[in-house]
Write a protein that binds this ligand. Structure first.
Ligand SMILES: Cc1cc2nc3c(=O)[nH]c(=O)nc-3n(C[C@H](O)[C@H](O)[C@H](O)COP(=O)(O)OP(=O)(O)OC[C@H]3O[C@@H](n4cnc5c(N)ncnc54)[C@H](O)[C@@H]3O)c2cc1C
Length: 514
């Protein structure tokens, strides 16, 4: 297969996806939509092997993915019991008793191209005492369980925010299955028992099912979850363990009932820090998803289960289920003719809902760097570079949450507070502490405003600010700030409740049946 890169080479024609969780069906849907119809897509999944069955909160990039598929948002939300998500609400992270929102909204407006926080910091040093989140509409909306479905407009005070969804990931996979099958994807039910490699180059030649059927392909996508059947078991690509930075390694997961059909549904995911990890609560239209993520070096599985049950709100709909994992990433996500997508490629832990984002980024990067039959290193290296960058960016953002804490009440928090962190993150934190500057490349992952939310939310207040703020006199800054704060209050007043928006947009039918 490895011909000279410059020679014309045949196109990859047969894609075989193994695994039918969210990653498998997201890959199938996007490939069947975006690649030429001459490329066939086959997906193999086994009814005997369950999907991981959690993964319900997303970040705003999911909307770009769905829009690329041409999906109707109201239909998708009805089919997956989705709610709107404006934020994650963090409790007890900086210190016990603290709370803040990481909202997908912007803090104020820049003035003369200088970011808003600099003016706020300058005014704070001269006595202004409004918190920075008073200038963030999405933040304020979460505090009142409000939501309006707006298109992001950077110039308009009432729509400087993005939104994401909280949904049933199992239903999302089913929804995308229907979409993919309509688009020509062939689904085969069966358990893969053997993976055969070419003798001459070690590429994957075919997979064989329990039934005896053999399926060959040009490009194989490993969506087999933590099993990593192709990328690890067959191709032996090693895993980079990041648990020294992200030590949680277990979760108990279950669902709960709403007390009544009129219960207020918050437009955010809740992440409450506990003694050796944290507990999530994700509101869907018909139930909540709940779980407790922890590190078993600091709390036993049984203790964590009791802690989860003690902290959960509402009646459990099922017995908590234990999930084990190791945070980290595959050394190479694309190796030879195999690309790992989803949990087979790595897992960072669910705190900032980055897994589904990383699936979508992998799928779209693969389509952008789609190989031909020579499988040149160029496309593979570019893909691996792009994905490494995204994984490391997400990882560093997550580490920030654990490291930027004042907590020392348990061994777990002492460890997190005092652990060494990646150089890149240490550098960024220093820049922010010294002069309020948020470093980082612009990606569709977390913007400057997301970093600000966590820095300020966890008590990091910079010593200085951008000197260019001196180009605007203090009276003018004060009046700009006052106008921005008033605009947020006015927009908030007009915003309907999240329940109301859900009901008119997609929940009306469900609510009439409850
Ligand atoms: C505790 C926890 C909480 C999470 N929360 C979030 C969240 O809030 N937001 C978020 O974005 N992500 C979250 N995630 C991650 C998210 O669940 C996954 O990224 C997502 O579900 C994708 O999983 P997957 O498709 O890679 O694997 P899986 O869901 O495990 O699917 C694996 C598939 O492979 C098939 N398979 C396996 N072996 C074989 C075989 N031999 N033959 C045939 N088929 C086979 C199975 O049948 C199944 O269809 C969470 C994960 C965990 C563990």
């Amino acid at each position: 297969m490895n011909q000279q890169a410059n020679q014309p080479s045949e196109q990859v024609k047969k894609i075989v996806i193994v695994g039918g969780g969210s990653s498998g069906w997201m890959a199938a849907a996007a490939m069947s939509r975006h690649l030429p119809s001459s490329v066939s897509v086959t997906l193999v999944e086994s009814d005997q092997i369950a999907t991981v069955g959690v993964g319900e909160a997303t970040i705003p990039a999911i909307r770009t993915f769905n829009a690329g598929l041409g999906i109707d948002e109201a239909e998708f939300m009805r089919e997956t019991n989705a709610t709107f998500k404006l934020a994650i609400r963090f409790e007890n992270w900086g210190n016990i008793g603290d709370a803040y929102n990481h909202a997908f909204g912007f803090y104020g407006f820049p003035i003369n191209d200088v970011s808003f926080q600099n003016y706020w910091l300058k005014m704070k040093q001269s006595g202004l005492d409004f918190p920075i989140h008073d200038y963030n509409l999405a933040y304020a909306a979460c505090d009142q369980d409000k939501f309006a479905r707006k298109q992001f407009d950077p110039n308009s005070a009432d729509s400087r925010y993005f939104y994401a969804f909280q949904f049933d990931a199992g239903l999302y996979a089913q929804y995308l299955r229907k979409f993919s099958e309509k688009n020509g994807v062939t689904r085969i039910e069966g358990k893969v028992e053997q993976v055969t490699l070419n003798e001459h180059d070690g590429f994957i030649k075919s997979i064989s099912l329990e039934s005896g059927q053999t399926i060959d392909g040009d490009l194989f996508i490993d969506c087999t979850g933590f099993r990593a059947l192709l990328i690890s078991e067959a191709l032996n690509v090693k895993y980079k363990d990041w648990s020294h930075w992200l030590p949680v390694n277990r979760a108990w997961a279950a669902s709960t009932k709403y007390p009544s059909k009129d219960s207020s549904i918050p437009p955010y995911t809740r992440a409450r820090a506990l003694t050796a990890g944290w507990q999530w609560r994700i509101p869907l239209q018909n139930r909540t998803g709940d779980g407790n993520v922890f590190c078993n070096q600091y709390i036993s599985e049984d203790e964590a289960r009791s802690q989860f049950i003690d902290n959960v709100e509402g009646d459990l709909l099922n017995e908590p289920r234990l999930i084990k994992f190791t945070t980290g990433k595959r050394e190479k996500i694309w190796h030879k003719n195999c690309v790992a997508i989803g949990l087979s490629s790595g897992f960072l832990e669910p705190l900032e809902s980055t897994s589904i984002y990383l699936i979508q980024a992998s799928v779209l990067q693969l389509i952008r760097n789609f190989p031909n039959m020579n499988f040149s290193d160029t496309s593979r290296n570019e893909f691996n570079h792009q994905m490494n960058y995204r994984y490391e960016e997400a990882r560093n953002f997550l580490i920030l949450h654990y490291h930027a804490t004042e907590r020392e009440d348990t061994k777990f928090w002492k460890y997190c507070k005092n652990m060494s962190i990646p150089d890149e993150l240490a550098h960024r934190m220093k820049l922010f502490k010294e002069r309020g500057f948020v470093a980082g490349q612009k990606l569709d992952l977390f913007s400057e405003h997301s970093w600000l939310a966590v820095y300020f939310g966890q008590g990091i207040v910079p010593a200085g600010y951008d000197p260019r703020t001196d180009n605007v006199n203090n009276e003018q800054i004060k009046s700009f700030l006052e106008r921005m704060r008033t605009d947020v209050q006015l927009a908030l007043k007009q915003m309907p409740s999240h329940n109301k928006t859900l009901e008119s947009f997609c929940r009306g039918e469900l609510i009439s049946k409850l």
